[in-house]
Write a new protein. Structure first.
Lengths: 299, 245
């Protein structure tokens, strides 16, 4: 019962404190919203780029175009040799006819028809082997050993695209995290200030509480909860905002980042939990620092 | 009234003392000596005046009793608790055994009389049923039942001080410390307030009253502790504000 009374007292006092100092509380809430919007954007972009990276990783395969008229025995030996290389998951032979079918299919997807120029066409489709890797980092070594083979005309790899995307992700991640840390610090100071103003504006009340024998918990927790309330309101506003624009964002994420996970409701739930956790955490830490330093000074 | 404040047995044996200071000294970091070699023992149920000019050390004396400060030398015991070895977490329990009122009342201006008194119970986790029972009793005791829903700004100085006394008594303290309680009051109101403090004292609550009011001290003829420049220069029973002999 005592604990329930404590909870009731704390919640009521925190709520009163939030509205008593409404302008400061709302200003702090607005900065929390700003930080969480940036966090949400960064989370979406980073997750999208990571997803794209995974997509490319899954597709990191080498294609070795084979010389013309390769006897079946030689081709089978080549395939066996490549399968034996470290980092290779599987090897698939693609005949010129299959390659042509794929090319035509890809044109049809774009709404066009492949024009081969009739019987005197000079278009040449190579037979090839497609090598899937267990480890994308093995791409270089496998490619080098294929290059040495006489049966191989040329080796095609997606390593360059992979490296480019990884570089972009690392830059965005670093810039985003630094930016987010700066905004986070600003928010933290904003909350510390808000709660400090609340504490000082109620210095008389705190003095009376101490003199009549209120424990530190009764003095401290309403202020901490007030900071948590700032974080909570900020997080809820941000979540509602993100949910409101979720419909137009979702197809863009799928299209831009090749990010099928964005389609699932779990992504929005994960993002909401992240925003809520960060909002509450920043609110609690900020107000804790503020009240702690005040109470430490007062006996 | 006996139902409001637990009647305490008055006794003269040393163990019954509720306040004990042994060789207490207090020197502030700037070197100012606020108290030096103070030895005092106040028994349960006593009514004691603490007198002295401004800067004599009265406020420091009171701050040591409620453990707002700890002495630089000596020992302070209040309500059988040794304040020197008291942990921070134990201080609230000590303060519930000491009621304190100040010259400036220290009421919360945005709360009514009822809420000001109830506040002291709410912030110590007292059940609502107890608060609703206890507050009217205390307002009756101090004669403010009619003013329960008035704000402090709607009260006279005497009524505000009575509200502060009601608030100080919510936990049925063993000691009531009054720091210049009549400082802002006219003579008639001051006497009414003293009558109230005497009533409270007669129920066994130890009253320690810091004051400059010579007329009251002389008329009451109670024990007087006189401080000067941090030294206890006089400790006399049934005494006047200043030595008359």
């Amino acid at each position: 019962m005592t604990f329930l009374r404590f909870i009731g007292f704390t919640v009521v006092r925190a709520w009163q404190g939030f509205w008593r100092n409404a302008m400061m509380s709302l200003a702090a809430t607005a900065t929390v919203v700003l930080m969480l919007v940036l966090l949400a954007a960064l989370f979406i972009v980073i997750t999208g780029l990571n997803s794209g990276l995974e997509f490319i990783e899954s597709k990191v395969a080498l294609t070795a175009e084979l010389t013309d008229d390769l006897p079946d025995g030689v081709r089978d030996r080549l395939i066996a040799d490549v399968e034996a290389l470290p980092g290779v998951a599987s090897v698939e032979y693609v005949s010129p006819a299959q390659a042509m079918q794929r090319l035509q299919a890809s044109y049809r997807e774009l709404g066009q028809e492949l024009e081969l120029g009739g019987s005197d066409s000079s278009i040449q489709i190579f037979a090839s082997i497609e090598i899937n890797l267990t480890d994308p980092n093995a791409s270089g070594e496998v490619g080098a050993s294929l290059d040495e083979r006489d049966e191989v005309e040329r080796v095609l790899t997606k390593q360059a695209e992979y490296d480019t995307l990884l570089g972009i992700i690392n830059v965005i991640r670093t810039v985003g995290i630094v930016g987010l840390a700066l905004v986070g610090l600003t928010v933290l100071f904003m909350i510390i200030n808000t709660i400090r103003i609340a504490v000082y504006s109620r210095a008389n009340e705190i003095e009376i509480m101490r003199l009549v024998g209120a424990s530190d918990s009764f003095i401290r927790w309403p202020f901490i909860l007030e900071g948590v309330l700032v974080g909570l309101v900020g997080a809820v506003i941000t979540i509602i905002g993100v949910a409101a624009v979720w419909e137009p964002i979702q197809p863009a994420m799928v299209a831009i980042f090749q990010m099928p996970t964005a389609v699932s409701d779990r992504f929005l739930a994960t993002l909401s939990i992240l925003l809520l956790g960060v909002g509450l955490g920043v609110g609690a830490i900020g107000s804790w620092i503020s009240v702690r330093s005040y109470l430490a000074a007062a006996r | 009234m006996t139902a409001l404040l637990r009647r305490r047995t008055r006794t003269d044996v040393p163990d019954a003392s509720v306040i004990r200071m042994v060789d207490v000294g207090m020197t502030y970091p700037n070197g100012k000596v606020a108290l030096a070699d103070v030895n005092v023992e106040i028994g349960r149920g006593d009514f004691v005046f603490l007198v002295g000019p401004s800067g004599a050390g009265k406020s420091t004396f009171i701050r040591l009793l409620i453990r707002e400060q700890v002495p630089t030398t000596g020992r302070v015991q209040v309500a059988a608790g040794d304040l020197e070895h008291m942990r921070r977490g134990q201080v609230p329990a000590l303060r519930r055994r000491i009621g304190i009122v100040f010259q400036d009342f220290r009421l919360l201006p945005n709360k009514t009389v009822w809420e000001n008194v109830a506040f002291a119970l709410d912030v110590t986790g007292t059940p609502g049923t107890t608060v609703r029972r206890r507050v009217p009793q205390l307002l009756n005791l101090v004669g403010l039942h009619e003013h329960a829903h008035h704000l402090p700004t709607q009260l006279s100085g005497g009524e505000q001080q009575r509200t502060a006394i009601a608030r100080a008594l919510v936990h049925d303290p063993a000691i009531l410390i009054a720091d210049e309680p009549t400082g802002n009051l006219d003579p008639v109101t001051s006497w009414e307030l003293i009558q109230l403090l005497i009533q409270i004292n007669e129920l066994g609550t130890t009253v320690l009253m810091a004051t400059h009011n010579q007329e009251i001290v002389n008329a009451m003829r109670r024990r007087v502790l006189a401080l000067e420049a941090g030294h206890l220069v006089r400790d006399e029973a049934a005494a006047a504000y200043e030595r008359e002999y």
